[in-house]
Write a protein that binds this ligand. Structure first.
Ligand code: ADE
Ligand code: ZN
Length: 328
């Protein structure tokens, strides 16, 4: 079955590009940019990746991206991910990026997005893997910073399919960003938000995503299962859920396999994704293998994850149909 999973045409919808920064590239960029790192080796760096909660993970994640400074740095970061994705037969990816985590430390927006977009263009031509960007706002900062970032993105909107919301969920509900997402919608962006697993108030956050924001998708969203009204509404709207099993195993306890089983059985559009693979140690193939092993899934169920993902992808109907045909 591992070979079957390897051969599946895949669609990845929940992947933070800064979370693909492998220790080897982090070392290389630190050397090139004259950044001092407190580690003597890749092994020592990897050993420092210790986290058991969303907050403890985020501290390591933001520290890691400090070596990203120039347009070629962002180009190399995205190229490395897209090469790995192509090797795992990912045909299409929607890639999160966190511009405020860079502009906040003096790297211009323009540098970030030009590097990422150039990598996406080159990878499509060279590797046949297609991708688009989703710009995430950091929810632990003020809504005004998010709004300023939204306005700054407008000249580059041909490269950005939609906007998302990530970082520390505690005390930072969707409602805080209602005006930002309303403006983003008016500008033509699709909308998604993280409702991270087992975070305080996350079911209330899912409710706000549905009733107040009108999201097109929910990232994680596993806790919706605790409230039948949320499940019914997600099903009625045909909304997708981008679940990240290996990530769950670090941020909370376990891969949430039983919940994934329930989502499949309920006919929800659940998908399997890698979140921050350089930190959690698994790309999309490894995430699919993890749920396959925990749930003893059939080939049909594995195909269903990818069918769901292409179905909810922010692509024109004809393009989706082309990918869906590859799964027949
Ligand atoms: N930023 C990067 N990975 C994240 C995650 N899993 N949850 C929230 N914010 C993130
Ligand atoms: Zn995420």
């Amino acid at each position: 079955m591992h070979d079957f999973i390897a051969g599946l045409p895949k669609c990845e919808l929940h992947l933070h590009i800064e979370g693909t920064l492998e220790p080897e590239l982090r070392f290389e960029l630190a050397r090139r940019n004259g950044v001092e790192l407190p580690y003597a080796s890749v092994a020592e760096m990897r050993a420092s990746y210790e986290f058991d909660s969303l907050a403890s993970f985020l501290a390591v994640y933001y520290d890691g991206m400090g070596v990203l400074r120039t347009e070629p740095d962002f180009y190399e970061l995205a190229t490395a991910y897209l090469e790995k994705a192509a090797a795992q037969n990912v045909r299409y990816a929607e890639i999160f990026f966190d511009p405020q985590a860079h502009t906040g430390r003096g790297v211009p927006f323009d540098v970030v997005i030009r590097g990422l977009a150039r990598a996406i263009g080159d990878a499509e031509a060279r590797l046949g893997v297609r991708a688009q960007l989703i710009m995430c706002f950091l929810r632990d900062y003020q809504a005004e910073f998010a709004m300023a970032t939204l306005l700054e993105s407008l000249p580059y909107r041909q490269w950005i399919a939609g906007v998302g919301l990530d970082s520390d969920e505690r005390g930072n509900p969707p409602a805080k960003f209602a005006a930002v997402f309303e403006r983003a919608r008016r500008e033509g962006y699709r909308l998604t938000m993280h409702c991270d697993v087992d975070q305080p108030d996350t079911t209330e956050h899912i409710r706000q995503c549905l009733e107040l924001i009108g999201v097109d998708r929910i990232d994680h969203g596993v806790n919706a299962l605790e409230d039948q009204a949320l499940v019914d509404e997600i099903a009625r709207r045909g909304l997708g859920l981008t679940v990240c099993p290996i990530s769950n195993g670090f941020v909370v306890e376990g891969a949430k396999a039983a919940e994934i089983r329930r989502m499949l059985d309920l006919g929800l559009r659940v998908t399997i994704n890698s979140d921050d693979p350089a930190y959690f140690g698994g790309y999309v193939q490894e995430n699919l293998v993890r749920v396959y092993e925990e749930l003893d899934l059939t080939a049909e169920e594995l195909v269903r994850f990818e069918r769901n993902a292409f179905e909810i992808a922010w692509l024109p109907r004809a393009v989706k149909d082309g990918y869906l045909a590859e799964l027949e």
